[in-house]
Design a protein around this ligand. Structure first.
Ligand SMILES: [Zn+2]
Length: 162
């Protein structure tokens, strides 16, 4: 994995689109990290940028999960035991045999449709704890364009680094 410098102008993906990192003056009441106008503005000292970017992407990922997990759980007729957002180097999500699901905090770097594919993929594991044909049937029934989305994920993840 390439090293990041977290310098101004460095490109970070957010919602599948490129944003340039930019510094902002710390102000009372202003968010420490904010996406606006093609830029991700960070209002923290440079040595803290990485940490705050991870917090920010994680909280954006939590928002996505809070919206999509209940909606898709209902549609699929599943009930995850717990949902968590974690930092992980490679995996986008996982589902444990006890029904606990986690999503990578970087999920909010990806486009919405690709993030939705990840959510559906993990929820379908509550029905099939493997990647066998029945699992993929379930995923494709839920999301007919699951396979193109999977390819988009492979493309986007090259740039979805933190
Ligand atoms: Zn899987």
């Amino acid at each position: 994995m390439n090293e990041r410098g977290y310098a101004d102008g460095e490109i970070f993906l957010y919602g599948g689109k490129p944003y340039a990192l930019a510094s902002g003056a710390a102000r009372e009441g202003s968010p420490k990290v904010e996406a606006s106008d093609g830029r991700i503005i960070v209002r923290v000292p440079s040595q803290e940028r990485r940490k705050f970017l991870i917090y920010w992407y994680a909280s954006e990922t939590e928002k996505i999960a809070r919206e999509l997990v209940p909606r898709w759980s209902k549609k699929l007729g599943v009930r995850p035991r717990s949902v968590a957002v974690k930092f992980a180097r490679t995996r986008w999500g996982s589902c444990s045999s006890s029904g606990g699901i986690f999503f990578n905090c970087r999920m909010s770097m990806l486009s919405e449709d690709v993030a939705q594919y990840i959510v559906v993929h993990e929820l379908c594991h509550l029905k099939h704890m493997n990647h066998g044909p029945l699992f993929w049937d379930e995923v494709r029934r839920a999301l007919p364009d699951a396979m193109p989305l999977r390819r988009s994920l492979r493309e986007q993840e090259r740039d979805a680094r933190l």
